[in-house]
Ligand binder design. Structure first.
Ligand code: F3S
Length: 584
């Protein structure tokens, strides 16, 4: 908003002089004014409060004869009869008639005495015009517009044989005065005195200039003031959005906007306080509208909104986001992801566009609390629900081991996986699953309780079956394979051959006698085994840990020839003899 205040706005010299005089004399005693000192209700009300009384006719002066105080004659001036009454009734007075008005009085008096007929251009009811008319014995022809002048001419009110002298009300419109002058000059002997006050001229000229270049125009002044009315009329011609008000409070301020260029001027009887108040309120309005505009330019946020923003900085897992809101948003490390392995500083960088969930509009420090994981979770919840309904497979990562099972992060939601559902076979080492990714089936989904249970036992079994078919296709007896001990039982050890288990019977663990499997193998041992038999029908693979090449029976005839004397250890006694161990 741009405010332009007219330099000529407000009290003119004559009005200021009269008003100052009243306030000054107030301090010294009882004050009357002849007529309202000024055409402004606010000032008049204030003077009333201070016991200033208005008298407005000669009879009133007779009534207050002999009062102890003073009477002030206003700037509009009075008729000679008023001065006479003041004198007759011995009333002290101060004459605040504006010198420019006084000048008109003397012109009229002199010209009237010199035989001129007086024409006054002005408003016939205006106190100044009434006062002037008194100086020619109230004989003047009073014209307030060109139409009146023409009507008078048509009705033969002018005598072309006589001489006329014309004066004009100090606050009258120059152009109307000129029209009347031009019209009368054509058929009258006319002496013209342009007595329009230069202050009025200046004020009106400035108002016109201003009205031509502003969007809205405010005229401040009393609606009963003629010069204020004229300011309004001439401004309205050039600026259709011209508003007249006695004080700024009379205006509905919501008609103004930040883009407006606004002109302010005020009539000659508008006190500086009223003008100043208007300027202050309009300036405040400008600030308010500006603030409103600024706040409108920010996006509005509510808890639960999902919005897009731009990453400003990432530091120690905390992400600062510009949301176009008046405060920045913060995603803490905990609100970014539930996956402890995620390194936020590597995932996002300044300048990235990011979609976030608003947790709180003000986190207490003036920032917006945001969450990435809650947004993902909301989306993830829907994905998981669909997977559950359609019996589809989802992918997840085991991030925690808890009582009775695991927590898998599936679509950024922490989902419980019971221990019994993590595999198709017995699992001794639960920790080995942590940090690994698997396919899962959603076993339970309850949106209202936000309960989700996943498992992979069935999937693992299926995978195992498929793998076993492939392995059985490839395996042949006598083949040597590498494997890992996955389970130990009394009768042997199961070897994981890459997803499919084979069995080493206890008798196939060593060429010697083995009492307990655990004396030879432990879970997790890496071993090289020989395939003894592949039974596709029964789905069994028999393995041996014995190295065929080191079969001690291969060279037994050479090492133990008949008749040789050897040393051995009796290991078992049976009814039919004794077993002697010659070599392990
Ligand atoms: Fe005097 Fe001009 Fe004001 S005539 S009262 S200074 S408008």
């Amino acid at each position: 908003m741009e405010l332009i205040v007219a330099k000529s706005a407000g009290f003119c010299f004559g009005v200021k002089r009269a008003v100052d005089c009243v306030y000054d004399k107030l301090k010294r005693g009882t004050i009357y004014t002849y007529g309202a000192i000024i055409h402004n209700k606010e000032v008049i009300k204030d003077l009333e409060r201070q016991h200033v009384t208005i008298v407005d006719c000669v009879e009133d002066l007779e009534r207050i004869r002999g009062f102890d105080g003073e009477i002030i004659i206003r700037s509009h001036g009075v008729t000679p009869s008023v001065y006479e009454a003041l004198s007759t009734n011995e009333i002290a007075f101060t004459d605040c008639t504006c010198p420019f008005v006084k000048k008109i009085h003397s012109i009229v008096k002199e010209e009237y005495e010199a035989g001129f007929h007086i024409i006054i251009v002005g408003n016939e009811n205006h106190p100044e015009v009434l006062g002037i008319n008194g100086w020619c014995d109230n004989s003047a022809i009073i014209l307030d517009c060109i139409e009146t002048a023409k009507t008078y001419a048509v009705n033969h009110c002018f005598d072309k044989q006589k001489k006329y002298s014309m004066v004009v009300q100090t606050t009258f419109q120059t152009n109307v005065f000129q029209q009347i002058n031009e019209f009368l000059a054509e058929f009258l002997t006319l002496k013209v005195h342009d007595t329009i006050c230069s202050a009025t001229n200046e004020r009106q000229k400035e108002a016109v200039d201003m009205a031509k270049r502003v969007d809205k125009m405010i005229i401040i002044g009393d609606t009963g003031s003629s010069n204020t009315q004229k300011l309004y009329e001439i401004s309205k011609k050039y600026c259709k959005n011209t508003f007249l008000c006695e004080t700024i409070h009379d205006l509905q301020l919501n008609i103004f906007s930040t883009n407006d260029k606004i002109g302010i001027t005020a009539g000659a009887s508008t006190p500086p306080t009223i003008l100043k108040e208007a300027i202050n309120i309009m300036s405040e309005l400008d600030n308010q509208l500006f603030e409103e505009m600024i706040s409108k330019s920010f996006v509005t946020l509510h808890t639960g909104d999902v919005v897009k923003g731009t990453v400003i900085q990432v530091s120690n897992g905390e992400v600062t986001v510009n949301l176009g809101y008046k405060s920045d948003g913060i995603i803490s490390r905990a609100e970014y992801s539930d996956d402890p392995h995620v390194n936020v500083d590597e995932l996002v960088k300044a300048g990235d566009e990011i979609e976030v969930y608003v947790v709180r509009v003000n986190d207490g420090d003036g920032n917006v609390q945001l969450s990435k994981k809650r947004l993902e979770a909301t989306k993830g919840f829907t994905v998981i629900e669909e997977a559950f309904n359609n019996n589809e497979i989802v992918r997840g990562k085991i991030v925690d081991i808890v009582k009775g099972g695991f927590i898998s992060l599936i679509e950024n939601i922490r989902v419980f996986v019971p221990s019994s559902q993590i595999s198709n076979r017995f699992v001794e080492d639960l920790k080995s699953f942590k940090g690994k990714e698997f396919n899962f089936k959603i076993l339970e989904f309850d949106r209202s309780k936000r309960r989700i249970v996943a498992g992979r036992k069935e999937l693992a079994q299926k995978e195992y079956e498929e793998l076993r078919v492939q392995v059985f296709e490839k395996l042949t007896a006598g083949e040597k394979l590498n494997g890992v001990v996955s389970r130990i039982v009394d009768f042997g050890a199961f070897i994981d051959l890459g997803g499919v288990d084979g069995l080493i019977h206890i008798s196939e663990l060593s060429w010697g006698r083995v009492k307990k499997v655990k004396d030879v193998l432990s879970i997790g041992d890496k071993v090289t085994v020989t395939v003894l038999e592949v039974n596709k029908e029964k789905g069994k693979i028999s393995l041996s840990l014995k190295d065929v090449d080191s079969n001690p029976w291969n060279d037994v005839a050479e090492r133990y020839p008949i008749g040789a004397v050897v040393t051995g250890r009796v290991v078992r006694m049976v009814p039919f003899g004794a077993f002697v161990e010659l070599k392990e």
